[in-house]
Design a protein around this ligand. Structure first.
Ligand SMILES: Cc1cc2nc3c(=O)[nH]c(=O)nc-3n(C[C@H](O)[C@H](O)[C@H](O)COP(=O)(O)OP(=O)(O)OC[C@H]3O[C@@H](n4cnc5c(N)ncnc54)[C@H](O)[C@@H]3O)c2cc1C
Length: 324
């Protein structure tokens, strides 16, 4: 057995997902170390040019299952299981995300494979892949090896960086017979993008708003503070789920990973799933009325108090200092 297969997710316009492209680059690097090849699998209606273009991320071959719909896990499990079995591929690598988790879990069951999730790094050792997986609330890293193949590796979001080196991949169309149960679910709608105009990954200063803001309208307060410092606003999942702020601004395990110069957390408890997305910020400042909030365990500067009083005053003070 040999080789690494990466599922490359795309939207309806044929744009590939950033985490998938990161996984492709990672697979290409690892395949080089293993002396094997990395390949990609795409489903649905993807043009020849777009498919070949994935070669720019180091994969030699792209398997395209045109008749398999994008967005639903079970048909993609059928496609990946077939390609891995027919081509004797040793590993499947996913860039993270809910769909990747779902497909990876299904593929594991189908191929009777070993699986590791939330992987943050992968390396080749003695001709096999070994993965690193944070454990115990991210305080320790476990090295996990596979005693048999195939192995399924599901990355944590943003774990793998894309590396565009140029080149074209060979495209092979594959016909996939869907399992009976794979066509029982139907995708009704796909591709809704909430708040796509928010760009928090490039911001050097972020004001993160949490449930402590109290209501959606109070995000205005966070926005004013962020704008007084030339920064942007981020959010916790709790407030995104409540519909207070767009998903594009969500930080954490199921959102984005950021590392700004300053992360000012306002009314955020500091749950582990949020922490993993912002813990690498250079400076973390937290405002929380609960002195026992977990965020005070890992922030650089903590202010215990009511954000509704502190944030407007801080904004005024910054504006005054800047002369505006
Ligand atoms: C599988 C899974 C994935 C998840 N992924 C994510 C993720 O990607 N990102 C994420 O953020 N979460 C994620 N979560 C949810 C996470 O566990 C927490 O529930 C969430 O981060 C809490 O958000 P919060 O801090 O806004 O709310 P809370 O935990 O409710 O915290 C609100 C804080 O505000 C403080 N507060 C209240 N009023 C005031 C005030 N007037 N002044 C100052 N402070 C005040 C409170 O003391 C409290 O500490 C995930 C959970 C699961 C199970």
């Amino acid at each position: 057995m040999a080789g690494i297969l990466v599922y490359a997710l795309h939207d309806d316009e044929g744009n590939f997902n950033k985490n998938s492209l990161g996984a492709l680059s990672e697979a290409a690097k690892l395949a080089g170390e293993l002396g094997s090849e990395a390949s990609a699998i795409i489903v649905g209606d993807v043009s020849d040019d777009a498919a070949k273009g994935l070669g720019a991320y180091g994969v030699k071959k792209v398997y395209r299952a045109k008749d398999v719909p994008e967005g639903l896990a079970q048909p993609i499990v059928d496609a990946m299981a077939k390609v891995m079995t027919d081509n004797d591929i040793s590993y499947a690598l996913f860039g993270g995300g809910l769909l990747g988790f779902e497909i990876g879990a299904g593929l594991t069951a189908r191929l009777n494979a070993g699986v590791t999730m939330e992987v943050t790094a992968v390396r080749a050792e003695d001709g096999r892949l070994v993965v690193e997986r944070p454990i115990l609330q991210d305080s320790q890293i476990a090295d996990v090896g596979y005693v048999a193949e195939p192995g399924i590796i599901i990355g944590r979001l943003n774990a793998f960086d894309e590396n565009e080196t140029g080149g074209e991949a060979e495209v092979e169309d594959v016909a996939v017979e869907l399992s009976e149960w794979s066509s029982k679910a139907k995708l009704v709608k796909r591709g809704e993008q909430r708040g796509e105009d928010v760009n928090i990954e490039d911001a050097e200063i972020l004001v993160g708003g949490g449930r402590g803001l109290g209501q959606a309208e109070n995000f205005k307060m966070a926005e004013e503070l962020a704008s007084s410092m030339g920064g942007a606003v981020a959010a916790t999942r709790a407030v995104v789920d409540a519909g207070w702020y767009p998903y594009a601004a969500q930080i954490g395990q199921t959102g984005k990973t950021v590392a700004p110069k300053l992360y000012l957390a306002a009314g955020i408890s500091g749950a582990i799933q949020h922490k993993v997305g912002m813990q690498n910020s250079e400076n973390i400042l937290a405002i929380n009325k609960d002195q026992n909030a977990p965020i005070f365990e890992f922030c650089d500067l903590g202010v215990v108090g009511d954000l509704h009083k502190i944030v407007p005053k801080l904004t005024d003070a910054i504006k005054a200092k800047k002369g505006g």
